[in-house]
Write a protein that binds this ligand. Structure first.
Ligand code: ADP
Length: 257
């Protein structure tokens, strides 16, 4: 029998996502400089801060769309970076992401968009994948749109399909990158309501980058304020939004609220 689970228990509850001394440069610009940062399982963490402060870069590193120049990244106790390609592909399955642009497959029905990866990547039977997809489409309020094509849906509905599609892979952590930025204002609330429901009704860990401060306040257990690639302040939302310690945080919030 493998000794691994007992060893892990003895080691105590490791954070679900851990970045240690992560550095990322673009040319001669150092965007993240030896960043340490971790997210515990089940937490809903929001990254806020000025544009260009490195928030999206963190999500892209976790999605393995970018590689760090230095440092280590661990997800659920397994090394994501540095690691051999095969391990990166395995660990990467623990992470789901929803982007600003929904990136649905235009030629597939809504149901097929949600079942495709679970069948081809996770090896679920089509029946199993469809049953799960129907539950998730119900969760995001689109049970009646299974047979529609993405082009027949509003932007808000497409984004809700993208959320169901990400959850269908049963990720341990869901990354949300400004998921309402591309939506018409009247469609934003529906998407945020769905995410609030998911945060309340599932034990999924969430890491969000958002400009929607009310959403950040509402959904987060922890808010991290970024500036120039560093976390300058972190705490529960009532502290960050009500009683921020740093002048820079207060300035940022007064400009965006
Ligand atoms: P935020 O999400 O906080 O707005 P980003 O992580 O998107 O910030 O960007 C941080 C910095 O890195 C910015 O100065 C941006 O111009 C730069 N940057 C991001 N991606 C790239 C890239 N692919 N090539 C060059 N520079 C980039």
């Amino acid at each position: 029998m493998s000794k691994q689970p007992a060893d892990r228990l003895q080691a105590g509850p490791a954070p679900l996502v851990r970045l240690e001394r992560v550095t990322k440069r673009f040319g001669d610009q150092t965007v993240l400089d030896h960043l340490d940062f971790s997210v515990e399982a089940g937490r809903h963490v929001t990254l806020i801060g000025p544009s260009g402060s490195g928030k999206t870069t963190i999500l892209r590193l976790l999605m393995t769309l970018l590689k760090p120049d230095e440092g280590t990244i661990t997800v659920a106790g397994d090394r994501l970076f540095p690691a051999p390609e095969r391990q990166i592909r395995e660990v990467r399955k623990k992470i789901g992401m929803v982007f600003q642009q929904f990136n649905l497959f235009p030629n597939m029905t809504v149901l097929r968009n949600v079942t495709e990866a679970p069948v081809t990547v996770l090896g679920l039977s089509r029946d199993e994948a469809e049953a799960r997809a129907r539950e998730l489409l119900d969760l995001v309020g689109l049970a009646d749109k299974c047979d529609a094509r993405p082009s027949q849906l509003s932007g808000g509905q497409q984004q809700r399909v993208a959320i169901a599609r990400a959850l269908a892979m049963r990720p341990r952590v869901l990354l949300l990158d400004e998921v309402t930025s591309a939506l018409d204002p009247e469609l934003v609330a529906g998407v945020l309501d769905v995410l609030r429901d998911i945060a309340r009704s599932t034990d999924i860990t969430m890491l969000c980058v958002t400009h929607e401060m009310n959403f950040a306040r509402d959904i987060s257990d922890q808010v991290l304020m970024f500036d120039s690639g560093r976390v300058i302040e972190s705490g529960p939302p009532e502290q960050i939004f009500g009683d921020a310690e740093h002048e820079r945080t207060r300035e940022f919030l007064s400009a965006v609220l």
